[in-house]
Each structure stands twice: as structure tokens, then as C-alpha cells.
Design a binder for this molecule. Structure first.
Ligand code: BES
Ligand code: ZN
Length: 476
């Protein structure tokens, strides 16, 4: 679906620039996608820095138009920051995105290599295509189009692009707390989520939070012959599976004491709104090639995915993994696991409850190490903001249909910090699709959505500039 050309002459000029430069924008995206900026793995540290450098250089092309660009060091990966000049009377928009990506494994399941962007059937395949390089770049390109045609933006835009979103955004959190004046804004624009379905764009008003852990169980000082020692020496792998299994019941209800105490329940109105969305459960199963779904009793699939907590083992290892059988009692067993949290649950409280729950389950002969990686609370935002209307209008201009309002099950840890520290409305305007394979092999971004997203972003600056929230932004 393509929207008609805008009647607004200024926007029409910007859109004609987008039309002319569309294939150049895809080339630019491909350049960025070729840089393997995997933040979780220190082997890629110099690539992560290179991606930041690429963005800085790319944005510097518009310094002549008044865009000020900075590479900001943090104790971890650097931040890329740019801002256009203030526009009196217009609101300030802060765009947030991330240039880091998830690890590409398992490599042998990619049809084309993860860091060699390849176009197939109108989609661009590469790690980071949708999450978040492609989506983030839509805003960079719309800023470019305004500056290249009109020469200035109709409002002040601040761009803040980080390299640690996929590892919990801890350094960004400190940066925001120390730079509330620099980052002061009326609304924060984030494109790092998905549309409801093809042809149904969305504004997301809720995200789940997260609490992520790694567990190491150590038994005897070496792997042992399972015939000689099995049955008398406690097996760490047996113990690990029992401990992990104890965390949920058969319906996926989490058994940690107090886990549900703070959970914000869905209202009847919200459940009704979820039911009204055109969700096709059979199509969802078909997309995943699964013959059935399981989850917490009393809740629909969308409710389970968007607004109920969940527990997942993310990786588990130990013992013999090679070909054939090996009779071994492994000396160690390990797992990575995480909870998705919903509004009002506190990740710190969850960690305390988890430790108290797991410690008594450790049998004689085993020691446990539990590592707390990162946590972030969930969020559900009010839809009562003039900027939401502006965003809905801009999406209609870019995508040709009005967005639905939905929640998502994924997490963007820093969104809470923006809402609290900057007192700004956060607009989650996702251009992705549910089958984009983010965090999985064959990640993709639909190129038509890339171009529609750029148009919606270009229209957003126009729409936001027309509105200034009552009471405005907090002056820090
Ligand atoms: N873009 C995702 C978040 C997302 C995905 C939101 C799909 C809604 C729908 C983001 O890059 C992400 O993956 N975040 C991590 C955060 C974690 C590592 C702290 C996540 O949700 O796993
Ligand atoms: Zn991600």
C-alpha cells in the first residue's frame, strides 16, 4: 500500500527528494549492515565502534545545515548524538535508536551471510536489518531529506543512537541521568518495534520488561564416568533441569514467591481492545510451523505475549554435545534464562525472590553461581498525548492507513528512563513485521516498509511542529 502524494507543498518537496534518493538510502543501509556491531561479544568491540563512526560521518554531511554531530564516549560502546537548531514555539523531538545488533548465530541457518545484506523478494536480509539499523536509519534519512530540500527542520530534532541496547543500555541510563538538560524534549520517537501485520501499521503503547540471568552449577572437580560414579555423585545437569523446571508449573505460571504480587492486571477495556485486533491464531501457528500453543490459563495469545509475565530458558549447556553417545557425568552445567516482566514488577525484587527460591533447591555436592545480567521494568503509556495524534497522522501519510494501538512483548529498557527522567511522551512507531526474524537467523526488513517509514518520519516532523503539548516540557 502506498499513500498518495501529500497536498502540503513543503512535504511534497521533501517526498520528491525521498523518491529520487530511495535506492541510495538502501545502499547506505547496506553499508551499515556490513559492519558486524555485535555488542554482546567483546571480539566485535572494534566493529561496534566502527558502526558508531560510520553514523557520525554520515550525519556530518549535514553539519553545513546546522546539524551538530558528536561521538560521545561511555565506559562501554560510544553514543552517537546529533541535534538540529532549536525552533522557537515548536516542540523538541528526541529520536532514540541503536546501532548494535544481536549475535548472528546459528550461522549455518542463514540463507545468505548475516553481514552481507542481500535482497530477496522485496526484503533486505541481514543481522540488524529491522533491529534496529534499518528502522533507526529511517529517521536519519528523513532528517537528511528535510535539510537537503527545505534547508531546516520545522522543529528541533535530537538524535541519540546507542551501541548497547541489546545488552541492557546500562551506560545510556547514566548518561541520560547526567544530561537531562542536553536531552530535554517534548517527545521521544523510537522505531524499534513492529507493525501489527502487513498493511496494518501500529503505535505501540506498552512493552514488557525483563530480568536476565545466567546460572552455573558445579559438581565434582572433573567430568566422571557415569557408570562408575552415576547414582552416587550428584549430577549438575540433572540438578539444573530440576531447578529450571521448578520455576514454572505446567501452565507456565511462575512459582517464585510473590512473583505476581505487583503485576498490573489487564482492564476489561484493554482485553476488549486486544480482542478487536484482527489476530489470526491459526496463521500465527502456521508462521512458526507449530501445531499448538501453550501458556497461562485464562489469557489469550496476545494477552500472554504482550501483558503477562513469562519465563524462558535462553540457552543451556553442559555435558557431551558431540556425535554418538558418551557415558559421562558432567562436572558442570549452565543455563541462561530470563523473565519478561509487566508494568509494576520490579526486576530487583524478582532477583531477590529468585535467589531465595533457587538456593534451597541446590542439593549436597553442587554449588550454584547466579549472575544477574540486566533488568528493566515494563511500561504501559497513556494514549492521551497530542503527539500520538500527530504520529497517527504521519503514519497515515507514510503508510496509507491509520495505525492500530497495541502493546508488544519485547523490551526496550531505556524507554522507562526517558519517560521518567525527561518527562517526555514516548512514541513507539514500529516499521517492522512480526516475521522479520529479529534475534534469529535470516533477519530481514521489508524495503517497502523502509521507504514508508522514512516518509512517515518526514511527515512526523511536520505534524509534531504543529502541536505543542499543554504545559510543554519540563525545563530542567
Ligand atoms: N527491538 C527490540 C525490542 C522489541 C522487539 C520490542 C519486538 C517489541 C517487539 C530490541 O532491540 C530488543 O531486542 N530488546 C531486547 C532487550 C534486552 C536485551 C534487554 C529484548 O527485548 O530482548
Ligand atoms: Zn533486539
Amino acid at each position: 500500500m502506498t499513500a498518495p502524494a501529500p497536498t502540503d507543498p513543503v512535504l511534497a518537496e521533501v517526498f520528491s527528494y525521498l523518491e529520487q534518493h530511495g535506492s541510495k538510502f538502501v545502499d547506505d543501509l547496506c553499508q551499515l549492515l556490513r559492519i558486524p556491531s555485535v555488542s554482546a561479544d567483546s571480539q566485535f568491540a572494534s566493529d561496534v565502534r566502527q558502526a558508531a563512526g560510520w553514523l557520525v560521518e554520515h550525519l556530518q554531511a549535514f553539519e553545513g545545515e546546522g546539524l551538530e554531530v558528536e561521538l560521545i564516549e561511555t565506559p562501554g560502546h560510544p553514543l552517537v548524538y546529533a541535534e538540529s537548531p532549536p525552533v522557537p514555539g515548536a516542540p523538541v523531538a528526541l529520536v532514540y535508536g541503536h546501532y548494535d545488533v544481536q549475535p548472528p548465530d546459528p550461522l549455518d541457518e542463514w540463507t545468505s551471510p548475516p553481514f552481507e545484506p542481500t535482497e530477496r523478494d522485496g526484503n533486505l536480509y541481514a543481522r540488524g536489518a529491522t533491529d534496529d539499523k534499518g528502522q533507526m536509519l529511517t529517521h536519519v534519512k528523513s532528517v537528511e531529506a528535510w535539510l537537503a530540500t527545505v534547508g531546516k527542520l520545522p522543529l528541533q530534532v535530537k538524535l541519540l543512537i546507542e551501541g548497547e541496547e541489546e545488552v541492557g543500555s546500562e551506560n545510556l541510563e547514566a548518561f541520560i541521568a547526567n544530561n537531562t538538560v542536553k536531552l530535554a524534549c517534548d517527545c521521544v520517537v523510537v522505531s524499534d518495534t513492529a507493525q501489527f501485520a502487513p498493511g496494518i501499521p501500529a503505535i505501540t503503547y506498552g512493552l514488557r520488561g525483563i530480568a536476565y540471568y545466567e546460572i552455573h552449577l558445579t559438581g565434582p572437580n572433573s567430568d566422571l564416568h557415569s557408570g562408575v560414579f552415576g547414582g552416587a555423585v550428584t549430577n549438575p545437569a540433572n540438578t539444573l533441569h530440576k531447578m529450571l523446571a521448578a520455576i514454572t508449573d505446567d501452565e507456565g505460571r511462575i512459582q517464585l514467591p510473590g512473583f505476581y504480587d505487583d503485576v498490573a492486571e489487564l482492564t476489561d477495556r484493554e482485553r476488549e481492545q486486544f480482542r478487536e485486533l484482527p489476530f489470526d491464531e491459526q496463521a500465527f501457528q502456521d508462521q512458526l510451523d507449530v501445531k499448538g500453543l501453550t501458556g497461562e490459563a485464562g489469557y489469550s495469545t496476545l494477552e500472554r505475549r504482550w501483558a503477562r509475565p513469562s519465563f524462558d530458558v535462553n540457552g543451556i549447556w553442559g555435558g557431551y554435545q558431540g556425535e554418538g553417545a558418551k557415558t559421562v557425568l558432567p562436572g558442570r552445567a549452565n543455563a541462561k534464562f530470563s523473565f519478561r516482566l509487566v508494568p509494576n514488577q520490579d526486576p530487583k525484587k524478582i532477583t531477590a525472590s529468585l535467589r531465595a527460591f533457587l538456593e534451597p533447591l541446590v542439593p549436597p555436592g553442587i554449588t550454584m553461581e547466579l549472575i544477574d545480567y540486566h533488568g528493566a521494568p515494563g511500561i504501559a503509556m497513556s494514549l492521551e498525548s497530542p503527539y500520538i495524534e500527530a504520529a497517527a497522522d504521519a503514519i497515515e501519510t507514510g503508510f496509507g492507513s491509520r495505525p492500530v494501538f497495541m502493546r508488544e512483548g519485547g523490551s526496550i529498557p531505556i524507554v522507562n528512563t526517558f519517560a521518567e527522567q525527561l518527562n517526555a511522551d514516548v512514541l513507539l512507531l514500529g516499521w517492522g513485521q512480526n516475521d522479520d526474524n529479529l534475534h534469529a537467523p535470516n533477519e530481514k526488513f521489508c524495503l517497502a516498509d523502509f521507504h514508508r517509514g522514512i516518509r512517515a518520519s518526514a511527515a512526523l516532523w511536520r505534524q509534531l511542529a504543529r502541536r505543542k503539548a499543554e504545559g510543554g516540557r519540563r525545563e530542567n
